[in-house]
Design a protein around this ligand. Structure first.
Ligand code: HEM
Length: 238
């Protein structure tokens, strides 16, 4: 889209043409003024690492928003039996989780002792209230209805005959695994920064986070692998 201009007039690319605040269309479209004012200023910070802490959390919320958005649309496509389109979106959701797992590394750049100064200004703030993680946790299970009418054992044994459904089952397993890997990594970051025998900012013992690592959204998709191994052993023994 370009601004209205007379025929033959040369467009001045240095001038913004979008509505909004900022001297360029880059800043107007991305709303960088607002985005970059969402972190505490140095004067407001209790410790300079608050910028690191807020950056990792705020960017995680954005990726989680994208992940839950794509997962919700994937669930709608699955309902309409448009599996290929759903697979495309589920790949994005899994990749978003991979990205936020990777960026947890940045938090380990903080000193455990200095982090106590950051922690002191978090109030009752807790990841249990993360809107992004909460939305994803609500939407992921809705995908599980995809396989009615076919047992998972049939689907996996005759995977080549149900190519798209097989790929969907694997995409859901991938998403589930990525969520678990985030939890494992998050648990280790927590243990490294505040310890694994203390309570969180909402009074939750950190041990409880260790227990959540095993939580799965699709237990049947994991159980089927045991069944397949046992079936292969049984059939081999005949
Ligand atoms: C220094 C870094 C971090 C520490 C010390 C930390 C600490 C904790 C603790 C102690 C809990 C248990 C609940 C509580 O009492 O607060 C928790 C839960 C949680 N945190 Fe963090 N966290 C950190 C970074 C992050 C980041 C970057 C995210 C990204 C969104 C995040 C998201 C969550 C979520 C979603 C939960 C709920 C866990 C679940 O349902 O499995 N945390 N965190």
């Amino acid at each position: 889209m370009s601004s209205a201009k007379a025929a033959g007039e040369i467009e001045d690319y240095s001038e913004p043409i979008l509505e909004g605040k900022g001297g360029s269309d880059y800043e107007r479209y991305l709303r960088t003024d607002e985005l970059l004012s969402l972190q505490k200023t140095p004067e407001e910070q209790a410790h300079r690492d608050e910028l690191l802490f807020q950056t990792v959390h705020q960017s995680s919320e954005l990726w989680l928003k994208l992940a839950s958005n794509e997962t919700a649309e994937a669930a709608a496509l699955v309902e309409r039996e448009e599996i290929a389109g759903a697979l495309r979106l589920l790949r994005r959701a899994s990749l978003a989780l991979q990205l936020i797992t990777g960026q947890l590394d940045m938090l380990e750049q903080m000193s455990p002792w200095e982090y106590q100064e950051v922690r002191a200004v978090l109030g009752h703030g807790s990841g249990f209230d993360s809107p992004g993680f909460g939305a994803l946790r609500r939407v992921v299970p809705t995908l599980g209805q995809a396989f009615s009418g076919l047992t998972l054992e049939e689907l996996y044994v005759q995977g080549r005959e149900h190519e798209e459904l097989y790929q969907l089952a694997e995409a859901l397993t991938e998403l589930d695994e990525r969520l678990m890997l985030w939890r494992v990594r998050h648990y280790k970051v927590v243990a490294r920064i505040i310890g694994d025998e203390v309570v969180g900012t909402q009074g939750t013992p950190v041990e409880l986070l260790g227990g959540l690592i095993k939580q799965t959204f699709f237990p049947e998709l994991w159980a089927i692998r045991n069944r397949l191994t046992n079936r292969a052993i049984e059939e081999g023994a005949q």
